[in-house]
Design a protein around this ligand. Structure first.
Ligand code: NAP
Length: 248
């Protein structure tokens, strides 16, 4: 299926690994030129090169922390007017809310609510002018089904979701859609870190934790990042202009 976005430009945040990388790969397979961002230069460059080699699209890398104003300025200097924006950042640490300080909360809200809003603020009006824009926020299934130890994530991402539902209603008439992808358990480094924490807390070994988590998924397995990337590319397709404000 041709998604009709060949030649478009996308900023894909936090994309050297995991779900962000999967989104970048699938967009590139549709012929979209990319700006890829992560803090670690080496993994970012390796990921970018493998996408260039596979697809031949133009890939620019920006080694930056997307959750800082300086990082966002660097990215927007390279690509001030993307057609597609995929927001993403590392998730907040798990834990017990009794141990979290105000600073912990501010940093979670900064990374997982205010950073995507700032990226949207910097790009959405130009999308509206050009009558094409696709914004996908990578959030978490914890927005709909809160996970006990991920209180910082549950809270910050719910804030983003609320904001986006209002904005999506104002942009869709201009063919600018904003949707959220809420990953359940996908087989990435992040999932492994969460499983390790659960294993430590429960005194079980990591394999027992993974088996129990898989058993709780109706599919009986973890999702593959590639499957996530395909959903992202579909939402960014030319014919997806009537899908907006959704939480998938
Ligand atoms: P991952 O495999 O750990 O990959 C995270 C990617 O983001 C890496 O490329 C990392 O590179 C980059 N990154 C992290 N923080 C960044 C920052 N501040 N600025 C720029 N780049 C940054 O994680 P993932 O599983 O793909 O998760 C992506 C998001 O989905 C996270 O917010 C996670 O909480 C959420 N999520 C994931 C799952 C799941 O099952 N995997 C489920 C629910 C929610 P650097 O470290 O080099 O910066």
């Amino acid at each position: 299926m041709d998604l009709g976005i060949k030649g478009r430009r996308a900023i894909v945040c936090a994309s050297s690994k995991g779900l962000g990388l999967a989104c970048a790969q699938q967009l590139a397979r549709e012929g979209v030129d990319l700006v890829m961002i992560a803090r670690g230069q080496e993994a970012l460059e390796t990921a970018a090169q493998s996408i260039r080699d596979e697809t031949g699209v133009k890939v620019t890398t920006v080694a930056a922390d997307i959750t800082t104003p300086e990082g966002r300025t660097k990215v927007l200097a390279v690509c001030p007017d993307p057609d597609i924006l995929v927001t993403n950042a590392g998730g907040p640490k798990p834990g017990n809310f009794r141990e979290w300080s105000r600073e912990d909360w501010i940093s979670a809200v900064d990374a997982n609510m205010l950073t995507p809003i700032e990226m949207i603020r910097a790009t959405v009006d130009k999308m509206i002018e050009r009558k094409f824009g696709r914004i996908v926020n990578i959030t978490s299934a914890s927005v709909k089904m809160p996970i006990e130890i991920l209180g910082l994530s549950n809270g910050a991402r719910a804030g983003l979701t609320g904001f986006v539902s209002g904005l999506a209603r104002q942009t869709v008439a201009h063919n600018v859609t904003i949707n959220n992808l809420l990953p359940g358990p996908f087989a990435t480094d992040r999932l492994l870190q969460t499983a390790e924490r659960l294993a430590r807390d429960s005194g079980k070994n990591i394999e027992q934790v993974k088996t129990a988590r898989k058993a709780a998924v109706p599919a009986g397995r973890f999702g593959e990042p590639d499957e996530f990337g395909q959903a992202c590319a579909f939402l960014c397709g030319a014919k997806s202009g009537f899908i907006s404000g959704q939480n998938l």
